[in-house]
Design a protein around this ligand. Structure first.
Ligand SMILES: NC(=O)c1ccc[n+]([C@@H]2O[C@H](COP(=O)([O-])OP(=O)(O)OC[C@H]3O[C@@H](n4cnc5c(N)ncnc54)[C@H](OP(=O)(O)O)[C@@H]3O)[C@@H](O)[C@H]2O)c1
Length: 379
């Protein structure tokens, strides 16, 4: 049982403020945010940046001084008062939120895992999550997050590694399982299967019937497969049993294969359209796109009849349901925590920068060639 309590909260905290009128960013002490009755105040240890985030419509229209960095890893300073849900006494008492029971998981392709996730954390708990784009973000010493946006941080990760997870993992999960038509593996599969296809620990013992991954036989194409979202899309689709083809540069081909891709397309030498046209049965049940732009016509053509194109890059003409915006969801992240702790998936950190080095961190992320997430450490 935790006996410690939060120290006095300083009135201000070092904050990376975005001034939309000038486009400038400035690092300055700023008032510590006041959590609402459903929010935690967090001591932020790390955040991650996302390409183009300084131009996203929602933070710009919703708040006069947005703060970048919507993923966070840190510790709980205060809990919602009164706690809307039963609190956890401490981390050691923690019991993972049950994921969907097998009977529901079978029908879960459009389901969120957030429903069972309804509780608050106590002072000192290590948490991670994604905060809503309508509120100022997490590139500051203290930030607020809804209880429903938080999940217990994987015990085997550093804060910097944990901050690399939420944006990519949530975008990929929602793209694959909620919009893309892949099935969330059932509870039995989570406990007993998926240790990496063909990996040592996943070996099937003699006489044991192999459990069928729910997406076996489904073909998934992931563009930007080495990027912040792509690395999660490749890993989660492979974990679910799909045949995964990743689109990336030559320098990332081995890396993307190692994440679980069965094949890679080097976009610098081969177009998706040409690759698909070169063999029978090369079209996809699901194309999960993180790149957009000139790729889109080829991607549309790469979807087999009855399949889907899902994208986080930009709306697609003629396919109003293809584009979506990721939503925060601590329930999904609780599941991701379980997968990470079992070594079934892992975060990919491109680089870690100090908060004072925010300019170089943004230059890196805006280069469009990072591998995994660009993380900012908040001392
Ligand atoms: N709608 C949403 O909710 C949402 C959520 C998150 C992100 N986004 C947006 O989605 C986009 C992707 O985000 P991200 O964070 O994953 O990006 P990212 O990390 O910046 O992606 C970088 C990766 O993209 C690869 N890449 C660049 N051009 C490519 C091409 N033509 N084909 C294949 N791969 C290519 C690069 O590989 P090489 O180095 O090998 O070139 C690099 O590994 C961004 O525009 C971001 O703003 C939207």
């Amino acid at each position: 049982m935790s006996t410690s309590t939060a120290p006095p909260i300083p009135p201000s905290t070092l904050t990376l403020l975005h001034i939309p009128a000038t486009g400038a960013l400035t690092l300055t002490p700023h008032p510590t945010p006041t959590p609402s009755s459903t929010q935690h105040l967090l001591s932020t240890a790390a955040t991650s940046l996302t390409r183009d985030e300084l131009t996203w419509a929602e933070p710009l229209s919703a708040t006069p001084s947005p703060i970048p960095g919507y993923a966070f890893a840190g510790t709980i300073l205060t809990s919602p008062q009164p706690a809307p849900f039963p609190s956890l006494d401490d981390e050691t008492d923690y019991t993972p939120t049950p994921l969907l029971p097998p009977s529901r998981a079978r029908r879960a392709s459009t389901s969120s895992l957030s429903a069972p996730h309804a509780r608050a954390f106590v002072y000192g708990t290590r948490v991670y999550g994604l905060t809503a784009f309508s509120r100022p973000g997490c590139a500051r010493g203290m930030a607020v997050a809804e209880a429903s946006e938080c999940a217990r941080m994987p015990a085997n990760l550093t804060y910097e590694e944990a901050a690399a997870v939420p944006m990519g993992a949530l975008s990929a999960w929602q793209g694959l399982f909620e919009r893309g038509g892949l099935e969330v593996p059932d509870e039995e599969y989570w406990e007993t299967e998926g240790e990496g296809r063909g990996g040592e620990e996943g070996r099937i013992e003699a006489g044991e019937a192999p459990r069928r991954a729910p997406s076996t036989g489904k073909r998934v194409l992931v563009t930007g497969a080495a990027g912040q979202v792509g690395v999660w899309a490749v890993q989660l689709a492979a974990w679910a049993g799909a045949t995964v083809v990743g689109v990336c540069g030559a320098g990332n081909a081995d890396f993307v294969r190692e994440l679980g891709a069965d094949e890679v397309i080097n976009y610098k030498t081969t177009s998706v359209g040409r690759w698909v046209g070169e063999g029978e049965g090369r079209k996809f049940d699901l194309v999960l796109d993180t790149v957009g732009g000139d790729l889109v016509p080829d991607l549309k053509a790469a979807v087999r009849e009855g399949g889907r194109l899902v994208t986080i890059a930009a709306p697609v003409e003629g396919l109003p349901d293809a584009y979506f915006i990721v939503r925060p969801d601590g329930g999904i992240l609780e599941g991701v925590t379980r997968l990470i702790e079992r070594g079934l998936v892992r975060p990919v950190v491109d680089s870690v920068w100090g908060l004072g080095d925010w300019k170089r961190a943004f230059e890196k992320v805006e280069s469009g060639h990072s591998r995994g997430a660009v993380v900012v450490k908040i001392e």
